[in-house]
Design a protein around this ligand. Structure first.
Ligand SMILES: *[C@@H]1O[C@H](CO)[C@@H](O)[C@H](O)[C@H]1NC(C)=O
Ligand SMILES: *[C@@H]1O[C@H](CO)[C@@H](O)[C@H](O)[C@H]1NC(C)=O
Ligand SMILES: *[C@@H]1O[C@H](CO)[C@@H](O)[C@H](O)[C@H]1NC(C)=O
Length: 375
């Protein structure tokens, strides 16, 4: 019974991802901790702890699952929460909310909403308004990780044990490197697109740093389809039907997201250790998962008429106008579980759950994270 699964799953993965066929080392399915880095797709409270007056700490954030705002830019749980749940791990403490080793026994969430892969200084040099661009880029989050590791295990061998038995979710990170300049009217061709190779280099460095620290399982997600995001649909609306694909998403923005993801996968294929006992590096295809529910919403329990409309927002065709986040005075949908977009930028818990399942069980990860657990 188990052996047939073992044969079928790797074959499926080869079809999905012919260039990145890797397998897990035997018997390493159970993790003791989860460490995550990234931005608001993964932040479970760091950003909110820095700015207690932000709307993310008010209704209706958290209304579906926690029944109170938690600092997550969502109506409920994020992908990282679903992954922890599936692996039977407690939710890890946001770095800025923990103090002692005990707080980080289950790992740490180092992600900060608004964070970029590249340093904040680079965006300062571009002349951007930094109000919602925190100085906690990928390199800073890696330094936080080192501090947590030092707290958990002052000696080398202890730290090795922790690194090898933990799961690392490296991202999603990078979309804010594009979002911030896009939202501040910067030129795509002259200023935004040239950032792409630098962003990939930063993620490459972070992956190598984690492997160097002894991480054995690293999941690196790509960016989401930006052309299907309500806020982008509002900002870059066009009268030319040729600018849109069959699902109503903006082609050139999705092409750009795909370009980022191709470069990311190519980089990972290049640096992934040949020997999976050294480290397994998984690419998580958030893009493919979200495109699937956007193109076939009804098949997955979402409403077709609002597939490109925020559940909570300030009106307009996509219910997403100028405001960055939604609030108690926003136009709120009756049932977030049938929407893909929560607040015009971030996704609903229902959408995150679909992505998480696709990463855990396949086909939206190569290899799928749980395939090695089924024996
Ligand atoms: C947060 O809000 C409270 C009350 O609404 C106000 O007194 C305080 O000055 C605000 N803090 C910041 C940092 O804006
Ligand atoms: C790589 O990451 C580390 C953080 O651990 C940082 O100190 C270093 O500057 C980074 N190098 C590059 C080239 O980005
Ligand atoms: C961006 O440009 C639009 C229209 O040209 C303008 O309405 C808006 O205020 C600008 N935003 C910023 C942040 O400069």
């Amino acid at each position: 019974m188990a052996s047939s699964l073992m044969v079928v799953l790797p074959l499926l993965l080869l079809v999905v991802c012919p260039y990145a066929a890797v397998s897990y080392p035997a018997g390493t399915c159970r993790y003791t901790r989860l460490f995550s880095l990234g931005d608001s797709l993964t932040d479970t409270g760091n950003f909110a702890s820095l700015s207690p007056n932000r709307s993310v700490l008010a209704f209706p954030y958290g209304e579906t699952f926690f029944r109170r705002p938690t600092g997550r830019f969502c109506d409920g749980r994020l992908i990282v929460d679903f992954i922890a749940e599936a692996l039977k791990l407690p939710l890890s403490t946001p770095f800025l909310l923990g103090k002692t080793a005990e707080d980080f026994r289950a790992g740490a969430n180092l992600a900060v909403s608004g964070a970029t892969a590249l340093s904040q200084q680079l965006f300062r040099d571009m002349g951007l308004d930094l109000t919602i661009l925190p100085p906690y880029s990928l390199d800073v989050q890696l330094e936080w990780l080192k501090r947590v590791l030092h707290m958990l295990a002052p000696t080398g061998p202890e730290r090795q044990d922790i690194m090898s038995s933990s799961l690392f979710l490296l991202g999603e990170i990078g979309i804010n490197d594009y979002n911030h300049p896009f939202f501040q009217n910067r030129s795509f061709t002259a200023q935004i697109r040239p950032l792409l190779p630098k962003v990939i280099k930063k993620i490459e460095n972070a992956t190598k740093v984690l492997i160097g620290l002894g991480a054995k399982t690293i999941v690196v997600p790509g960016v989401i389809p930006m052309g299907c995001v309500p806020r982008y649909l509002t900002i870059f609306q066009s009268n030319d039907p040729g600018d849109y694909d069959a699902a109503g998403c903006i082609r050139w923005l999705n092409d750009f997201a795909e370009e980022h993801n191709r470069a990311l996968r190519h980089m990972l294929d290049h640096i992934r250790p040949r020997d999976p006992t050294v480290a397994v590096v998984v690419y998580a295809d958030y893009y493919g998962a979200i495109l699937e529910i956007t193109r076939s919403p009804q098949k997955h329990g979402f409403r077709k008429d609002v597939a490109l409309t925020a559940c909570c927002g300030d009106g307009g065709p996509h219910n997403s106008g100028k405001l960055i986040a939604c609030s108690a005075t926003s136009i709120l949908c009756p049932d977030p579980s049938r929407h893909i977009s929560w607040d015009g930028i971030h996704l609903t818990e229902a959408a995150y759950q679909f992505v998480a399942r696709g990463v855990l069980d396949g086909p939206y990860a190569a290899p799928s994270m749980l395939s090695k657990c089924r024996r």
